[in-house]
Design a protein around this ligand. Structure first.
Ligand SMILES: [Zn+2]
Ligand SMILES: [Zn+2]
Length: 158
C-alpha cells in the first residue's frame, strides 16, 4: 500500500484502509490457508519529517496441525506501529513492513491443541481419538511374555 504524502499536511492525520491478497504478496505458507484477505485499517499521522502509521491487520485462516494434520480455524487481529522518515519524499510504501509483520506472526509450529498426541508412526491412526493396536508398549510386553514362555518350556524339557 502506497501512501501519497503530497496531500497530507503537517500535523494532519488521515485514515487508511486496504486489503492485501496473500497470493500477490508472497505470504502463503504450507500449513496455512487464508479464508479472507489481509485487511489493514489504521491512520497515518504526519509530524515534521516523519509519518507514523498505526492500526490493525486482520485475517482468518485454516491451519493444519503439524502433529495430526487436522485442520482448524484461526484468526489474527494484530496491532502494528510503523514510522517513516519522509524528508524529501512524495510517497511511502508500507507493504514490506506489513509483509514482515505477517511473517513474524506466523508460528514455527501450529497444534490443534497443546497436548495433541499426533499420529501413530506405524499405522497413521490419530492418537487423539484413541489408541491403536500397534502401541509400542504392547509390542514390548508381547516380546517379554514370549521370552517367558521360551524359558518356561526349557525348564519343562529338563
Ligand atoms: Zn493435532
Ligand atoms: Zn498404530
Amino acid at each position: 500500500m502506497i501512501i501519497d504524502l503530497t496531500h497530507i499536511k503537517d500535523e494532519e492525520e488521515i485514515s487508511l484502509a486496504h486489503e492485501y491478497d496473500p497470493k500477490h504478496e508472497e505470504l502463503e505458507f504450507v500449513d496455512y490457508r487464508y479464508t479472507t484477505g489481509i485487511t489493514l485499517e489504521g491512520t497515518a499521522l504526519r509530524q515534521n519529517d516523519s509519518v507514523s502509521v498505526t492500526g490493525v491487520i486482520k485475517w482468518t485462516c485454516v491451519i493444519t496441525c503439524s502433529r495430526c494434520v487436522k485442520e482448524f480455524n484461526s484468526s489474527v487481529d494484530e496491532h502494528f506501529d510503523f514510522s517513516y522518515d519522509v524528508y524529501d519524499k512524495k510517497q511511502i510504501d508500507i507493504t514490506n513492513d506489513v509483509r514482515e509483520q505477517v511473517i513474524f506472526l506466523h508460528e514455527q509450529q501450529y497444534l490443534c491443541r497443546p497436548d495433541c498426541k499426533g499420529l501413530c508412526p506405524t499405522c497413521g491412526n490419530n492418537l487423539n481419538t484413541g489408541q491403536c493396536t500397534c502401541s509400542h508398549n504392547e509390542i514390548r510386553e508381547n516380546k517379554f511374555s514370549q521370552l517367558k514362555e521360551i524359558l518356561h518350556d526349557k525348564k519343562k524339557e529338563k
